[in-house]
Design a binder for this molecule. Structure first.
Ligand code: FES
Ligand SMILES: [Fe+2]
Length: 357
C-alpha cells in the first residue's frame, strides 16, 4: 500500500445504499432515529405505507425531530417550538405565527429511502449520484421457502475491515479454528470476478472442491461431511456482502444430488469511521435439518454456531481497528496471493471514496 492510498480505517463512502432496518421495524407514524455515516437521521412510515427519511435536526433550532410526536393528518411536531412537518419534510405549521405564510425553505433535509425485500435502505450521500444504483436483492428474507436468523451488533471498527473479512475465507483458520474453520480451507484455489450488481461495483470470489472433508460444524449445518463443496462471497458496494456455501455428498455435485446450502447477508452500515452497525441474516432452505441431530432445524443450530463465529470476527476487527489507528511509521502491509479478492474489493472502495473527496 503506498502512503497515498487510504487505509481501511480512513474510508467512509456516503454515496451508497446502506441498510437501516427491516420492514417490520417501521411501524406507521413511529419515529426511528439512526446514525449513518455521521448523519443523524429520522425515519417513519407514513399512513400511506412509505418509509421516509430526513435529517433529524429541526430546521428551526436543531431540536431532534425523533423526540417529537405525530399530530392529526400525519404531520410530525417538533417538541421545542411546535413547528410541524409533513411526510415530504415541508413545514406546515408554525404555532408562533398562525396564519402567516410559511417559508418554503422551512423544511427538513430529506434522504432517499428504498424499501425492498423486507429491508429499508438509505442513501446518505448526494441523491443526484444515485443514477441506476439500487440496493442488492435479498429475496430469501421474505420468501416462505427460507428460514433465517438475524443478528445486529455494534462494532468498534470501520465497516471496510468487515468487508475485507467477508471477502476472505483464509481467516477461517486460525480465527474460526474452534468453530467452522480448518487450515485446509485456505489452500483451495479460487476464482475472482468483478462486475456490477444492481448498478453497484461488485467483487466475487468462488471456490469449488470435490470430495473434500468439511469441518464438523459445516457438516452439522449442511449434512455432508465428505462433500463436494462450492462457496461464494460477493461484495456489493460498500454496504453488503453476500456469502453462500453449498455441499453435496462426495461425487454428487454434477447431478446436483441432495444439495444443502446456506446463504448469508452481511449488511454493514457505517456510523462513523471508527464504528459500524453490522447485521447478519443467515438463510437456509425451509426443512433443512441438522446433520448431527436430524430432529433439530439446521437454522437453529446456525443460531448458536454463528453467534460464536461472528464474535470471533468482531474480536479480530476491533483489534485491527486499534492497530490501524497507530501511526504507520516504517510499517508496511504485505498482501498475499490469497488476498487478491480483498485487494480488488479495496480498490473498488478506494476509488469510490476518492471520487467523493
Ligand atoms: S427547534 Fe424545532 S420548533 Fe424550534
Ligand atoms: Fe469470519
Amino acid at each position: 500500500m503506498s502512503s497515498s492510498e487510504p487505509k481501511a480505517v480512513d474510508i467512509m463512502i456516503l454515496n451508497a445504499w446502506y441498510k437501516v432496518g427491516f420492514s417490520d421495524e417501521f411501524e406507521t407514524e413511529e419515529l426511528k432515529r439512526h446514525v449513518v455515516c455521521e448523519k443523524v437521521l429520522v425515519f417513519w412510515r407514513t399512513a400511506e405505507g412509505e418509509v421516509v427519511g430526513f435529517d433529524d435536526r429541526c430546521c428551526h433550532k436543531r431540536m431532534p425531530i425523533s423526540a417529537g410526536r405525530f399530530l392529526e393528518g400525519g404531520v410530525v411536531e417538533c417538541p421545542y417550538h411546535g413547528l410541524a412537518f409533513n411526510s415530504e419534510g415541508q413545514c406546515v405549521k408554525i404555532p408562533s405565527a398562525p396564519g402567516a405564510p410559511i417559508p418554503k425553505r422551512a423544511r427538513l433535509l430529506s434522504y432517499k429511502v428504498i424499501e425492498q425485500d423486507g429491508v429499508v435502505w438509505v442513501w446518505p450521500g448526494d441523491a443526484e449520484k444515485i443514477g441506476n444504483v439500487r440496493p442488492p436483492a435479498t429475496p430469501e428474507i421474505v420468501s416462505p421457502d427460507w428460514e433465517h436468523i438475524i443478528g445486529e451488533l455494534h462494532i468498534k471498527g470501520n465497516s471496510v475491515l468487515m468487508i475485507e473479512n467477508g471477502l476472505d475465507i483464509t481467516h477461517f483458520y486460525p480465527l474460526h479454528g474452534n468453530t467452522i474453520g480448518q487450515a485446509a480451507d485456505s489452500v483451495i484455489e479460487f476464482d475472482l470476478t468483478t462486475g456490477e450488481t444492481n448498478g453497484c461495483d461488485s467483487v466475487t470470489v468462488t471456490r469449488q472442491a470435490d470430495n473434500y472433508p468439511q469441518s464438523d460444524d459445516f457438516a452439522d449445518l449442511l449434512t455432508h461431511q465428505q462433500a463436494d463443496s462450492y462457496s461464494i462471497q460477493t461484495m456489493v458496494g460498500p454496504g453488503t456482502i453476500i456469502a453462500g456455501r453449498t455441499l453435496w455428498p462426495a461425487g454428487g455435485r454434477k447431478e446436483n444430488k441432495d444439495p444443502k446450502c446456506l446463504k448469508n447477508y452481511h449488511f454493514l452500515t457505517p456510523i462513523d469511521r471508527k464504528s459500524h452497525k453490522y447485521t447478519y441474516v443467515v438463510n437456509m432452505p425451509k426443512g433443512q435439518m441438522s446433520g448431527r441431530d436430524p430432529s433439530v432445524r439446521a437454522v437453529d443450530r446456525a443460531k448458536e454456531l454463528f453467534k460464536d463465529v461472528f464474535a470471533e470476527d468482531i474480536w479480530a476487527i476491533e483489534k485491527q481497528q486499534e492497530m490501524c489507528e497507530l501511526p504507520d511509521g516504517e510499517y508496511r502491509e504485505v498482501l498475499l496471493k490469497s488476498d487478491m479478492a480483498l485487494a480488488r474489493g479495496r480498490k473498488v472502495l478506494d476509488d469510490l471514496y476518492k471520487k467523493e473527496l
